[in-house]
Each structure stands twice: as C-alpha cells, then as structure tokens.
Design a protein around this ligand. Structure first.
Ligand code: ADP
Ligand code: ZN
Length: 595
C-alpha cells in the first residue's frame, strides 16, 4: 500500500513540474517585439547578436537587452540586412534544445496516466500481484499445524469414518503399504457450505499430526493467464518439501469446472490452473505422503478428469446433520458457553432442521450474545429460540411503525396462514405466528417439522401451497382487495408448483419426468444444454399445469377461510392484541366456540 501512495505522489510531482516548465517557457517570450521594430533596430545598428531559429529570432541589443521577434515566413534579404549592419548571427536547428526532452514533455501526460492506471489496477486486485506473481499471498499459503481432532467434528460420522483410513496412512505410510492398502491420492469432500468440510480436513491433519496447507480455488483465479498455474506449482513444491502433509483446496469448483464450458467459451486461466493441478497429482510417487483434500458443493459441475484414478479417487459426501447429529454438534459448541442445567439440547436439535454445523455454531453464539445482553449467567432454551428465530427470519424491527390499517391487514394475512396451517393434518406443527416485522417481512407464520422428514409427499405439498395462499385468501375475504404483502408467498407457491410439475413428476399431464428448471445457474454451461430438452409444446403444458396447481390451492385456501370466518376474526383480533401467538395459543383460539 505504501508503494502505491509513493507512485501517486511521484505522478503528482511530475505533473506539477510540467506545469512550471510550460509557465517558464511562456515567460521567456514576454519581451517580444514586432518584426518591423527589429528591422528598424538593425538598420539603426543597435543589434549586436542574433540567433535565428526558423521564424523566431532572439537577439541582443548593444545595450545588452534581450528580445524575441517573429519574422514573416522567410523574410527576403534577412542575411543581407544583417551583414550590411554588422550583426553577428547564427542559425540554430529548430528544437535542438533536446529533441528527446521535447518528446518526453509531449508524452509525459500519457505516461502519468498509464502509471495511475496501473496503480488502480493493482489496487483493484488487492495486493502486490505485479511484483509477486505466482506466489500465493502469505496469509493464504499458511502452513498450519492443526490442533483440531476428530472429537471436534460431530454429527457427520459416515464422513469421519471414511477419513480414518487416510489418517492411518499419513501416520504410518510404510506399514499401511505393507498391509496392501491402496492409498488414495486425493479425497473430494462434497457438501453444502458450512457442513464442516474444512473442519474435517483440519481434523485429519490434526489426528495424523501432519502439516496442513490450505488454499482456496478462488485464489487461483487471476486476471493474468498463467498465474494460477504457477501458484499451484508453488504450493505443491512447498508441500513436497515437507511430507507427510495435507493440501486442502477449498471451493475447487472455482477452477475445476468442466473444461470448455460456460458462457463466452472456456477460461484459459482456469483451464491452465486445473491442468496444473492434474499434472501435479499425476506426478505423485505412490508413497509421497501427500494427500490432497478438496471441497466442493457442486460435484456435478466438476471436470470428470478430476475424479479419475490417481487423482481425487475417493469421494466423501458430507451430509447435513440429522437430529442426532445436530445434538452432538450442539454439544461440541456448547462446551464454550454456560448452559442452564434444565436445558434440553435435544429439543433445540429437533427445532433446527436443515441447519448446518456452521449454522449451529452461529446459533450457540447468538444465544450467548442474547443472554449476555439480558445479563443472564447461563443460557436457557428461550435464548436459543430467540437466536434461531433471528437467524431464520432476521432481527425484529420493532421501530418500524405501521398504521393501524396496515397492522390490521397484516394480522388478517398472518391469521389466514396460521388458520390453514393449524387445521391441516399434513403440515408441520405450527410454531408461532407474529405480526412483528422482521427483516423484510411484515409478519411471519412459522412451522417446525414434526420429525426428520426429508421427503415431501404430494399431499403435504398441496397443503403447503394452500397455507401459502392463506394470507392472500384472508385479505380477499375480508377486504375484497389485495396488498403487496403476499408477493413472497406467491413467489414460493409458484416455485413449489413448478418443481412439482417439472422435477417431482407430480402432474398427471406431464408424467414422471424430470424437466430441467430454467432457474439453474446458466454460467455452468452444462445446464444450458439441458434446458433445450423441453419442447415448446411441453413448455406450454408445464405453464398450464403450474397455473392450475396454484389456482387450485388458492381456491382451497379461500374455502377454508370462508368456512372458518369467525375463527379468522378471533385470530386476527388476538394477534393485534398480543402481536405474537404460539402454536398452542392458536389451537386454543380455534377451539373456542364462536361468540
Ligand atoms: P465448510 O468448509 O463445509 O464450508 P467449515 O468446516 O468451514 O464448513 O465449518 C465452519 C464452522 O462450523 C467450523 O469451523 C465449525 O466450528 C462449525 N462446524 C461445521 N460442521 C461441524 C461439525 N460437524 N461439528 C462441529 N462443528 C462444525
Ligand atoms: Zn404471507
């Protein structure tokens, strides 16, 4: 950074110097006199020396004054005139006072601009890349001696089990080979972000007590072709100099994508980097003691060359933790905080379906912060619940004031959702409904899964769609007009119904086919090919089916609302009064006899 500032200062000084120079040039020409006066002076014999430079004549008078005059293009008889009047004169080649210097002056602004441009380019890349091509930034190449062990990794036992063998090998390569074990060169960890892939790789290094080199695929993606490849060479060189060790490449999809795919043709830089990784891995000796662990959440986009034998020949899937897994992960992270003795991590685990290990860690942190703010000395389940709602829905925006009309409309909208959710047998358990604005929404109806369900049935989906439509249906029934509050509901409902038709084979007219969803990332090249699979006719039919499903669920929602109108009023009234109702409270209100 210091370098850059210097360059800017130098550029500034240069510009300033140029300005001064030009000013001085101008001041020189101040005592210019008309040519006719010059001729008169010569004739009067008052000029002693003259210097002729093209049409510019600099001359000194007898009284030692210096003047400049410009003569008309080739004044006839100038030399004769000077001879006749005893003037010493010389002719100088134009701009002989430094041809080079003049060129420099002309080009200086350009040069300054270029320098400034380079400085900015470097700033944009954030580092001293121009000087230190090819070397990974010191922070990132950091060799660590990992202190993480398998005990720190919880809830993903299958993945852990698959890596035990790697640890054995790293601990004692010779023994391992004598037993005839076939050692993988590379392991590919596949799983969503936050599921603990980095943690696992660190734990392998920690268990085996070997060094750990971490790089990220995105570090290799540079604007200069060839830099990524030379970085790969660099890191493998370092690793080879101190085996046994682990090289961990995070986000390998950034460089390992299918070659020659994507928009705008292939990316040469990426391909070169990928090729270099392959070359390095192919060059490993059988017992070199180096294991490359790579992580990705898009294994489907990887170039098949990466998973060929001798490269990443083992794939380990890191799944989202199930309920038991979540409990174990909570136990790991809860060691760092003080829990209330009555707390049940089990029930927290069951209300955090879909959370990754990183989410759970975040949950514990948030809960500790919330408890700290309330000056409690231990964490209770309420803190965890608040923390979870905050993570899932954003922070409460208590300061946002809504008009009474808006509040009432929101209450009816949420009451509509809650009513349908509470009455449905198929749906998850209604957890709470609130009209306190959070994040970007004005109100929330929140469900929590009954148990570990990872498959959705058509019945449950249909009920979900009806529930999503419940808000708008209630608004229509009560006010006979709509607000924009339902836009998110509609978006989700449309998305679900689209997937029911295209991905889950739940439409009779379309049948059990997987039709690619155009929402996929078009930059992944392969998907673009897939999209063409759907014919125009099918696309029309899909649209019709999607609309039919959404319309049908809206009708269902309207019917439920109309049949329970008095309950809806009661729910909305108590929501306005209490702002938040728990699932049980909603059920109690539904059971009340209408008054
Ligand atoms: P990934 O590399 O898959 O994106 P990380 O390994 O970086 O995920 O996980 C981030 C953090 O989340 C870890 O440092 C750890 O504290 C926590 N974490 C994730 N998974 C687990 C797990 N299975 N057990 C314990 N902690 C976990
Ligand atoms: Zn809604």
């Amino acid at each position: 950074m210091k370098n850059q500032r210097n360059i800017v200062i130098i550029a500034g000084l240069l510009l300033f110097g140029l300005f001064i120079y030009q000013n001085s040039q101008m001041s020189k020409s101040l005592n210019q006199i008309p040519f006719s006066d010059f001729v008169t002076l010569v004739k009067e014999k008052k000029v002693s020396v003259a210097t002729i430079e093209e049409e510019k004549i600099t001359f000194i008078t007898i009284s030692q004054d210096e003047f400049i005059t410009i003569m008309p293009k080739i004044y006839p008889g100038l030399t004769n005139l000077l001879y006749d009047n005893n003037v010493k004169f010389k002719v100088v080649e134009s701009s002989s006072n430094g041809l080079l210097f003049n060129i420099l002056i002309q080009w200086l602004p350009m040069i300054v601009l270029v320098v400034i441009w380079i400085v900015f380019m470097r700033q944009m890349q954030g580092g001293n890349r121009i000087m230190g091509f090819g070397q990974i930034k010191p922070k990132k190449q950091s060799k660590e001696s990992s202190t993480v062990t398998f005990d720190d990794v919880a809830g993903i036992d299958e993945a852990k089990y698959e890596l035990v063998e790697i640890v054995e090998f790293l601990k004692n390569p010779k023994k391992f080979q004598n037993l005839g074990g076939k050692v993988p060169h590379g392991v590919l960890l596949c799983g969503q972000p936050g599921t603990g892939k980095t943690l696992l790789a660190r734990a392998v290094a920690g268990e085996a007590k070997v060094s750990f080199f971490k790089v990220s695929g995105s570090d290799f993606v540079e604007m200069f072709v060839g830099v990524g490849a030379s970085r790969v060479r660099d890191i493998f060189k370092q690793a080879r100099s101190q085996p046994p060790c682990i090289i961990f490449i995070d986000e390998i999809d950034a460089v390992g994508r299918h070659r020659g795919s994507g928009l705008g043709g292939g990316n040469d830089e990426r391909e070169q980097t990928l090729n270099q990784i392959l070359v390095e891995m192919d060059g490993f000796q059988v017992n070199s003691g180096i294991i490359v662990i790579a992580a990705t959440n898009r294994p489907d986009t990887l170039d098949p060359a990466l998973t060929r034998p001798g490269r990443f020949d083992r794939t380990v899937i890191v799944n989202l933790p199930d309920k038991n897994g979540r409990k174990k992960i909570l136990e790991v992270h809860a060691k760092k905080v003080k829990l209330h003795p009555d707390i049940s991590l089990e029930s927290i685990a069951s209300s955090t379906q879909g959370f990754t290990g990183a989410d759970l860690q975040n949950l514990v942190n948030e809960a500790a912060l919330l408890a700290g703010r309330k000056a409690k000395d231990s964490l209770t389940e309420i803190d965890f619940e608040e923390a979870r709602d905050k993570i899932l829905l954003g922070t409460e925006r208590k300061s946002l004031t809504m008009s009474d009309k808006e509040l009432e409309a929101t209450a009816y909208h949420e009451a509509g959702h809650a009513l349908i959710a509470a009455l449905s047998e198929q749906l998850d358990v209604l957890h709470k409904v609130t009209i306190i604005p959070r994040g970007r929404t004005l109100g929330v109806t929140m469900l929590l899964p009954k148990d570990n369900q990872s498959l959705l049935t058509k019945g449950k989906l249909t009920a979900m769609l009806a529930m999503l439509m419940g808000g708008r249906a209630a608004e229509e029934t009560i006010y006979n007009h709509f607000t924009t509050g339902a836009h998110n509901d509609l978006e989700r409902a449309t998305e679900y119904s689209h997937r029911m038709v295209c991905n889950w084979g739940m439409s009779k007219k379309i049948g059990p086919f997987y039709l690619s969803n155009s929402n996929n990332d078009v930059f992944l090249g392969r998907d673009m090919v897939k999209q063409k699979k759907m014919s125009q006719k099918t696309a029309l039919l899909v649209d019709k089916e999607v609309k039919m499903i959404v319309n049908k669920s809206y009708k269902t929602a309207l019917k439920i609302i109309k049949n329970n109108l008095s309950t809806l009023h009661r729910l909305a009234k108590s929501l306005l009064k209490e702002e938040t109702l728990s699932g049980e409270e909603v059920l109690a209100i539904i059971k009340q006899k209408s008054t």
